[in-house]
Write a protein that binds this ligand. Structure first.
Ligand code: F0G
Length: 457
C-alpha cells in the first residue's frame, strides 16, 4: 500500500542538526539519562510529545495579527466561542493556559477528598490532578487495552460492567463524574467508539452522574470512528465529532494536541450552571474568564485550529503516517501496541527487552538506546511513570511497560518516519546486548511527578 504524501507544502523551515555519538553521550550525562532533561538542540527528531509541537497553518499565523488583547470581553474570545459552538456544539467555553489547567479548574471544583473518578484511563498529569484534589482515579478500560498484541478497533473503550460495578460500589455521592479520555493516550492512543460513549452516557444519566470527556485528541478519535464504526461510515468527521460531544456534560481539552496550537486549553460546558461553577477557579489560577491565561492572539489561532482539525485530508494523512511507522516497525518484528494509535506508536518495552525486570525501568532503557542510535527522543510510559506504592508501601507496577514515539502534527515528513523506523530496527537488532537497568538518584516526593524530574543512574 502506498503511503499518502503530505497534504501540505513547506513554507518556512526549522533547521535541525544531528549531534554525533560523542555529543549524544555528553547530552545523556547532562540530562541524568532522563529524556525530559535533554536540550532540544541535542535532538534530531523529537518525539517526546505531540503536545504544542505541531506546525500552525498560514491562516493561524495570519490570525495572530488580529488578536484582541482586551482584558475582558475581547473579540478573540468570541471567535473562540463561535468556533466551539460550531465545531463542538457547546454553548459555554472558558480558556485555560493548557490542558492540565483545565483539569485543575474542573477537578478542583468537583472532586472532594475520598471521591473516586472512573475513567477509561487518565493521562499521567490527569491522574496526578485527581490525587492532588484528594480523589482516586479508577481505571475501567476494557481488558483488551492491557494486551498490546490483541486486536480491537476500539481499545480505548470503557468496560461497561466495570463502570456499573464502580457505580454500585461507590455510588453517586462519591463519584463526582465519570471521565473518558479520547483517544486513550496512556493505553496507546486507542479510540473510543461512539456506541461505547453513548452507553457510558446512559449509565451516567441513569444515576445522575456527570460525564466528562478529555478531548485532547477528539478529532483523531472521530476519524477512527468514521473508518471503523459501521453505523458512522456515511457521516463526516465533523458530524461524528459533534455526536461524540453530545454524549458529554463538559470537556477538558489540551488544545496543544488536535486543536493545532502551541499553547492553550479550555473547558467547554453544556449548562450555564456548570460553566459558572468553574469560573471562580479560572479567575484564581488562570486569568479573567474571557482569556484564561492566554493572549488574545492565541485565542484566534485556537479558533482556527478547531476548524482545521476536522479536515479529513489532514486527518487521513496524519493517521496513515502514524500507522506507517507502526507498519515499518511491525514488519521488522518490533513488538508494538496494535492497532497503531492516532498520535503515537507505543513500543512494548517489556517484550522488546524481556531480560530487564520492570523494576529496572526497561522502557527508559529503551529511550536511552534509541537516542544513542539516532538522536531520536521518545518517552517511557511504564514503571518509572506509573508504579505507585500501596497502603503497605509495596510497589504496584503498571500492567503496561510502553515506550512512546509521539508524532508531531504537520511537522515531520514520511522520510523522517522511515529514518525513525530504521533507527529502532537497528536497536532491535542488538537488543540482546542491552544488559543494564536504571535506578533512581534524585527523585521528587510528589506523587505522580517522578518521571518528569528524576535523575537516573
Ligand atoms: N489529557 C491528555 C489525554 C493528555 O495527553 C495531556 C497531555 C493532558 C490531558 C494535559 O494537557 O499538557 O496541555 O497540560 N499530554 C501530553 C503528552 C503532555 O505528551 O501526551 P497539557
Amino acid at each position: 500500500e502506498r503511503i499518502m504524501p503530505e497534504p501540505y507544502r513547506i513554507k518556512m523551515v526549522e533547521p535541525v542538526k544531528v549531534p554525533d555519538r560523542d555529543e549524544r553521550e555528553e547530552a545523556l550525562k547532562r540530562a541524568h539519562y532522563n529524556m525530559f532533561g535533554l536540550r532540544s538542540q541535542d535532538v534530531y527528531i523529537d518525539l517526546l510529545t505531540d503536545s504544542g509541537t505541531g506546525a500552525m497553518s498560514k491562516y493561524q499565523w495570519g490570525a495572530l495579527m488580529i488578536g484582541d488583547e482586551a482584558y475582558a470581553g475581547a473579540d478573540s474570545f468570541f471567535s473562540l466561542k463561535k468556533a466551539v459552538k460550531e465545531i463542538l456544539g457547546f454553548d459555554y467555553v472558558v480558556p485555560t493556559h493548557q490542558g492540565r489547567a483545565a483539569e485543575n479548574v474542573v477537578f478542583g471544583t468537583l472532586v472532594k477528598k475520598g471521591d473516586v473518578v472512573p475513567f477509561n484511563m487518565p493521562f499521567d498529569t490527569t491522574r496526578a490532578h485527581i490525587f492532588n484534589n484528594g480523589g482516586e482515579p479508577l481505571d475501567c478500560v476494557i481488558d483488551e487495552a492491557y494486551h498490546p498484541e490483541v486486536q480491537h478497533p476500539f481499545k480505548g473503550n470503557v468496560d461497561i460492567k466495570k463502570l456499573e460495578a464502580a457505580v454500585a460500589k461507590y455510588g453517586k455521592d462519591r463519584i463526582p463524574f465519570v471521565m473518558v479520555t479520547i483517544t486513550n493516550n496512556s493505553g496507546g492512543g486507542q479510540p473510543v467508539s461512539l456506541e461505547n460513549l453513548r452507553q457510558v452516557s446512559d449509565v451516567c444519566r441513569s444515576h445522575g452522574i456527570l460525564l466528562l470527556l478529555d478531548g485532547a485528541r477528539m478529532a483523531e478519535n472521530a476519524y477512527f470512528i468514521k473508518t471503523r464504526e459501521e453505523a458512522c461510515r456515511g457521516m463526516s468527521v465533523a458530524e461524528i465529532l459533534k455526536e461524540t460531544m453530545n454524549t458529554a456534560d463538559a470537556i477538558t481539552v489540551s488544545c496543544k494536541k488536535d486543536p493545532l496550537v502551541n499553547i492553550g486549553g479550555m473547558v467547554c460546558s453544556r449548562t450555564e450552571e456548570l460553566h459558572n461553577s468553574f469560573l471562580p477557579r479560572v479567575i484564581l489560577f488562570e486569568g479573567y474568564a474571557t482569556y484564561g491565561g492566554l493572549a488574545g492572539r492565541d485565542l484566534e489561532a485556537l479558533a482556527l485550529g478547531l476548524r482545521e482539525m476536522v479536515d479529513e485530508q489532514y486527518l487521513a494523512h496524519r493517521v496513515a503516517q502514524v500507522r506507517y511507522l507502526g507498519d515499518l516497525l511491525g514488519e521488522g518484528g518490533v513488538p508494538c501496541v496494535t492497532p497503531a494509535g492516532g498520535h503515537a506508536i507505543f513500543i512494548d518495552a517489556a517484550a522488546f527487552l524481556p531480560h530487564i525486570p520492570q523494576s529496572a525501568y526497561p522502557a527508559d532503557v529503551l529511550g536511552i538506546e534509541i537516542y544513542r542510535e539516532g538522536a531520536i527522543r521518545g518517552i517511557g510510559l511504564g514503571a518509572l511513570a506509573f508504579a505507585t506504592p500501596d497502603e503497605t508501601g509495596r510497589i504496584v507496577y503498571p500492567k503496561l511497560e510502553l515506550f512512546r514515539l509521539a508524532i508531531n502534527r504537520r511537522t515531520y515528513t514520511n522520510h523522517h518516519i522511515e529514518f525513525i523506523a530504521q533507527t529502532i530496527l537497528d536497536v532491535y537488532g542488538r537488543r540482546d546486548a542491552i544488559r543494564y537497568g536504571l535506578k533512581e538518584g534524585y527523585a521528587p516526593a510528589v506523587k505522580g511527578m517522578k518521571h518528569f524530574l528524576v535523575h537516573l543512574e
